[in-house]
Each structure stands twice: as C-alpha cells, then as structure tokens.
Design a protein around this ligand. Structure first.
Ligand code: GRF
Length: 181
C-alpha cells in the first residue's frame, strides 16, 4: 500500500475526494499526512475530521519533515507554493489543474484567475488536467485530462463548479492507477 502525502492551500475538496477513494479502497494507498500552507484553511478541518496528521508548510524544513513519512506519492491538491528540488526528489509529485493544460497554466494561473482567463478567451471547452510536477509551473507530463463545455452565461464560479466535479473524478482515478503499478 502506497503512503500518500497531500499538500493543500484551500478548502480541500480534492483532498477529500482522494481520502474518500482511499477509505473505499478504490485507491490502494493511505494518506499519511496533510501539508497545509496555513492553519486556518478548510483542508485542515477536513484532515482533523479524517484523523490525518497535519503540518504547516515551512520551506526550510519541509523536505526533512516529510521524509520521515517515507511517501510513495505526493499529491498537490490546490497547493499554491512552488516545491523545491529537495521535495521533488523525495517521491513522484502529481498536481490537479483546473483547465486543459498546456493552455491556461503557468505562474499566476490558479483558482479564479484560470476560469476568468478561459471565459475571456472565448474557448468553448475547459476541463481539468492531472499531471506530474517538475520545477516549472504546470509543466510536467500530462497523465489525464477531461473536458467540460463552457456554456453561454457562465461566470468563473459556474465554470469552476463544473470543472471541480471532473477534478474529483479524474484525480482519484490517476492516483488509483499510480498505486496499482
Ligand atoms: C482546484 O480547482 C484545483 O484544481 C486547483 O485548486 C482548486 C483546489 O480546490 N489547483 P480544493 O481545495 O481541492 O477544493
């Protein structure tokens, strides 16, 4: 069974989707730690509910801290900081991005900004991308993508909600496949 560490900066709905899939034994893995960018975020409350230990991200000590857990996989789930090479060398790192990479990715392209840019561009499709993480923002190898339509009258919020539904489906699926290897 693979030990998984999740990093989050927000509400933690992707973290929850991964945890649920582990509990259902869809994923042959266990989330052993949540790394949160700060204490007062929804993801931390969820970790407490799931009895998953939490540490607050500290750039200087993070590599050493997470090494103790011997992770086989690191999952970024709405984590907004860039990881150091030391962390990237500990285990493969996956990320979920709320658009169809390589479009609408890169520095500054997170949360609301992504969906605003998608709507501004006039594209008819958006979606979610799971990819491996390297040392450039939203750049590593793509593992899976699923698209959703952009509908007339969409706001960043309505589009985000449609994309998030797909995120909760494909992220656990990718982690499941990875843990089966
Ligand atoms: C998701 O849209 C994810 O794609 C992006 O940040 C958001 C995090 O949402 N990277 P949540 O904290 O998992 O609810």
């Amino acid at each position: 069974m693979k030990k998984i560490i999740v990093f989050a900066s927000g509400g933690g709905s992707n973290f929850e989707a991964l945890q649920n899939a582990c509990v259902r034994k869809d994923i042959n893995g266990k989330i052993v730690l949540l790394v949160a960018s700060k204490a007062d975020i929804g993801a931390v409350k969820k970790a407490e509910k799931f009895n998953i230990p939490v540490i607050i991200y500290n750039e200087k000590t993070i590599a050493e801290e997470i090494l103790k857990y011997k992770p086989g996989l690191i999952c970024l789930a709405g984590f907004l900081k860039k990881l150091s090479i030391e962390v990237l060398e500990i285990a493969p790192v996956m990320n979920i991005h709320p658009a169809l990479l390589p479009s609408f990715g890169g520095k500054g392209m997170f949360g609301h900004n992504v969906h605003e840019a998608v709507l501004k561009s006039g594209v008819k499709k958006s979606g979610a991308t799971v990819h491996f993480v390297d040392d450039e923002y939203d750049h590593g190898k793509i593992i899976m993508q699923e698209s959703v339509p952009v509908l007339p009258g969409d706001t960043p919020e309505t589009l985000a909600a449609r994309v998030l539904e797909v995120e909760h489906k494909i992220y656990p699926l990718c982690v499941k496949k990875f843990c089966e290897k």
